[in-house]
Design a protein around this ligand. Structure first.
Ligand SMILES: O=C(O)CCC(=O)C(=O)O
Length: 277
């Protein structure tokens, strides 16, 4: 198990092995890992998913191929190669395997340790970023979650995630405050320029935990290889089980207003840079 160590300006993240302890069935973080998360706003862990990863990938394939049969929310984008799936969300009620990966075991243990209390799944999505897919403008996640106070974001790489296929880029140590926003709820251009952006390349199966105020962005997938990733978001149990209320509110907002012309709306903020399909 690893904790990633990265200093400002380094392109890649060095990993330190064996910095991670397994209890009986419970995963515990080391004080160094907790401290790393507290100071940088993120923590990268390897080999955390308890289920054989091929099964997770096969389940993502199954969801992606459901098409009109999907009982969850699918969103599409237009690429140079045609209409492509951009995101699936609200799928855990229809996927026992992904529900178990996200709602119990090591991922939940680590989320609980970082939130400082029992974590509950707030929402979940798969961002497909298939070859030719678009990137995400610099943003913090918190403004997209108006109904909760303490939230934690996680990226679980389904495919290797590289600079060429649009890996996440994060800013270290800027998770204490909401930064100035533009009219889409993303970070204002003048602030973006002043921040140091660090690409986080990940191997399939790696999990990046990041604070809901950690500034992040990602480029388009200019490679020929897909960059799929699962993104569970957790809240502390003291705020209650808010998942159903989140999706009810999101579905209502999406049903009652049209997205800005020329844009694909995936979120309550306008971070996705894809073209309408
Ligand atoms: O999938 C990505 O590259 C970025 C995802 C992201 O930041 C988001 O969905 O809020």
């Amino acid at each position: 198990m690893i904790v990633a160590e990265a200093t400002k300006g380094h392109r890649h993240h060095e990993v330190v092995h064996d910095a991670y302890a397994w209890g009986m069935a419970q995963v515990t973080l080391t004080p160094e890992q907790i401290e790393h998360f507290g100071s940088t706003g993120w923590l990268l862990l390897r080999d955390l998913v308890a289920v054989p990863f091929e099964e997770v990938r096969a389940e993502v394939d199954r969801l992606a191929s459901a098409g009109d049969d999907a009982s969850w929310l699918d969103h599409y984008e237009m690429t140079d190669d045609g209409r492509r799936l951009a995101r699936s969300e609200d799928f855990t009620p229809h996927s026992p395997l992904l529900r178990s990966v996200l709602c119990e075991g090591p991922l939940l243990d680590v989320a609980s340790a970082l939130l400082g209390e029992q974590a509950l799944l707030y929402k979940e999505k798969i961002n497909y970023k298939l070859a030719g897919g678009a990137g995400f403008a610099p943003h913090q996640d918190k403004p997209a979650y108006p109904y909760v106070d303490q939230v934690l974001s996680v990226m679980v790489a389904i495919d290797d995630s590289t600079e060429a296929n649009g890996c996440l880029e994060v800013v270290h140590g800027r998770h204490q405050e909401v930064l100035l926003q533009d009219d889409r709820g993303c970070i204002a251009a003048e602030v973006v320029e002043e921040l140091a952006w660090n690409p986080v390349e990940m191997r399939a199966g790696d999990c990046l935990f990041f604070h809901a105020l950690t500034p992040h962005r990602s480029g388009p997938n200019t490679s020929g290889r897909d960059r799929r990733a699962l993104f569970p978001t957790y809240n502390g149990a003291s705020e209650g089980d808010l998942r159903d209320a989140y999706y009810a509110a999101k579905r209502e907002v999406f049903a009652s207003s049209d997205p800005e012309a020329g844009r694909v709306r995936l979120s309550l903020i306008g971070d996705f840079q894809g073209r309408p399909a």
